[in-house]
Design a protein around this ligand. Sequence first.
Ligand code: CAA
Ligand code: NAD
Length: 324
Amino acid sequence: MYSGRALQSSRAVARGMRGFSSGQSLHSQQEAVRRVTVIGGGQMGSGIAQVAAAHKHEVTLVDVNSEALKRGQAYMVKSLKRVAKKKHSDDEAAQSRFVDEIMGRVTVSTQLQDAVGRADLVVEAVVEKLQVKQELFARVSEAAPGTAILASNTSSLPIGKIAEGLEEGQRRRMVGLHFFNPVPQMKLVEVVRTEEADAQVVERAVAFVRAIGKEPAVCKDTPGFIVNRLLLPYMMEAVRLLERDVASPRDIDTAMKLGAGYPMGPFELCDYVGLDTIKYIVDGWHKDGAGLKGNPLFAPSAKLDELVKSGRLGVKTGKGFYDY
Ligand code: CAA
Ligand code: NAD
């Protein structure tokens, strides 16, 4: 594990603050984002990397695990091939060129500090654990340019809390950029504005979201932002229905798809998101969520705990509520 904060503060003193107050020009803070470093090569990180590269950005995808990077690259290629087939349906050479051109803009790396050194934007998409994200940003903020936007794709953790160990100038450059799964298909990105975030940084983040073909929704830094604050209670109520043996997962999913017009049922969606991620979110809110602490909606679920403990994390491990 990193000795994040101690390292961060001593280096920051040595180098001067790497924030707005360090004398960076206003111009460089307003320039369009061109170089993006995405940290975490799992389902979200690889999706974000793919979409940014497809919209002409130079992308570096970082993970601690080189196997995860290989899986991430394979996911991107598979996903792009699907788009290529639709775009150039009877021209295989054009399909290959399309995929190769986009993948040519993606570099992968396990070396965090090198990978963020030239970034205009750093998007973190690692495991949903506060301490891991805090330690990561302590290292990132040391190595990234003083004008880079620092963004977390967290589903549930307060952005202000992730940023709390950073220098003031760095905290002003920190926002949430919350993408949705599957990233290539889902049009929304929540842009989370902390109390400390600089207005120009938020504007630049919004411009980036539009530049990658997504629709931004700007919101305050409250638990679950907009979508997850509404979605997680729904998912957890479905789990409680199952625990009370009201109906099977299949019947609950069918009911919500055919009776409420949802594209996926709640159990399909839970498996898609990842049951570990859902558990981290609800456990975190129940223990410590602002305004949510102790809320029975997010009380631990024996069913969820049992599935996670047995490694049934959903689609990503081939088993969850369903087998894949
Ligand atoms: N790149 C770019 N676009 C792509 C693509 C790719 N690789 N693959 C498909 N698309 C496009 C398709 O061309 C299509 O666009 P058009 O309608 O313009 O033709 C569109 O994306 C939909 O494509 P699909 O054929 O894959 O759509 P589908 O009908 O099979 O639906 C689904 C698949 C989008 C996943 C749908 O089932 C759905 O919306 N499910 C719900 C997903 C959801 O709720 N996600 C949120 C989870 S919560 C979360 O993410 C937040 C969190 O913090 C936990
Ligand atoms: P995942 O398990 O698929 O991937 C996480 C990746 O992060 C793994 O490849 C892991 O090796 C890597 N990693 C862990 N610690 C790291 C570190 N210190 N440095 C670099 N890499 C590290 O998870 P995911 O579903 O992609 O979720 C990632 C983040 O995105 C979480 O914060 C999650 O809450 C959020 N999110 C998830 C979804 C979803 O539907 N799954 C949607 C929106 C947001």
